[in-house]
Design a protein around this ligand. Structure first.
Ligand SMILES: [Mn+2]
Length: 323
């Protein structure tokens, strides 16, 4: 399945690699995997992202090889490359400000991804929806090219698999993710170091805010729904950031018997940010859709216009109904 993409790599010299807006571990890891591979083959390559790289992944790029967030000047010179490689995304609408220069460029387009798609933007597409991560596919590409795997590429690809499977929790039944992870460990990846860099990044303020939110946890629906609230004053008193609440809701799902977990975060603009989680057998998406939001069956969100108390009353009642 890689033959045409391998031919495009062999017959061209300059490559731009990009991915979706708000890059995650898999998009950064996959992009760096492709970048390192092209470098070892003597190609000119550049990685450009619409948005900044999250702190959890900047250790993969100590010399700042990734251009992110892309400036207008960076965007202006994207069209001159021979090949545009898009990883972990398969639609132009996922590329933000990079869409126009890449879509309109005469460059050969290549897509490597694992998300469902409606139509191909290029015939040179490898989209494997059964893959745990795009990083898995990039490993395959490097392997089938017979290209050397640099230690940075190994770290980057391991990070992609680790984060897209949430530490191998959602690695599906196919053994591929584990097989490739094992090969990456053989190539020198230190799994405890990667885990530490990616996940152990809490600040004292975030930890204190989490403690405040967790100490007030509430239950309803005969102990099957748990919810947390975070007020503006809690954020201000702990010195945390609003973004520090991301991930708190997942703690509710570690409680035995909980089928739905919810967090309510009071915003400065008078709205309430709501995140919902549910077990595989419970669909929470419709609750979010009814509130004007959405997401997936087991993870969704919405913005509620009203007070924290109103949001809690409305959404916990809807959650109990969804059980
Ligand atoms: Mn991915």
């Amino acid at each position: 399945m890689w033959d045409e993409i391998k031919a495009a790599i062999a017959s061209n010299q300059s490559f731009v690699i990009s991915s979706h807006v708000n890059p995650d571990g898999d998009s950064v890891g996959s992009a760096l995997g492709v970048y390192e591979c092209l470098k070892t083959l003597g190609k000119d390559a550049v990685v450009v992202m619409n948005d900044a790289i999250p702190d959890a992944y900047t250790w993969l790029d100590p010399d700042g090889d990734i251009i992110a967030p892309a400036s207008e000047a960076d965007i202006a010179r994207l069209g001159d490359m021979d090949v545009a490689v898009i990883v972990d995304a398969n639609g132009w609408d996922r590329l933000g400000r990079l869409r126009k220069p890449l879509e309109e460029s005469p460059a050969v387009k290549v897509v490597i991804d694992h998300h469902p798609y409606s139509e191909l933007i290029t015939p040179l597409s490898v989209i494997e929806t059964n893959a745990s991560s795009t990083a898995e596919l990039v490993y395959d590409l490097i392997d089938s090219l017979g290209a050397p795997l640099s230690s940075r590429a190994a770290d980057a690809l391991y990070t992609g698999i680790l984060t897209d499977t949430v530490s191998f929790r959602f690695a599906r039944s196919a053994p591929c993710a584990h097989v490739i992870a094992a090969k990456l460990l053989s190539a020198g990846v230190d799994p405890s170091r990667v885990y530490d860099q990616v996940y152990n990044r809490n600040t004292g303020a975030r930890t204190r805010l989490m403690g405040r939110a967790l100490s007030d946890i509430q239950f309803t629906g005969c102990g099957r729904v748990a919810w947390l609230t975070v007020t503006r004053s809690m954020i201000e008193e702990t010195g945390a950031l609003s973004s520090d609440t991301s991930g708190f809701v997942d703690v509710t799902m570690t409680i035995a018997g909980i089928r739905i977990g919810i967090i309510f975060v009071e915003s400065r603009d008078g709205t309430v940010q709501i995140s919902l989680r549910s077990r595989p057998d419970t669909d929470i998406n419709q609750v979010a859709v009814d509130l004007g939001g959405g997401g997936h069956r087991n993870a969704a969100g919405a913005v509620y216009s009203g007070t924290l108390e109103q949001a809690v009353r409305t959404v916990t009642a809807a959650a109990v109904t969804a059980l």
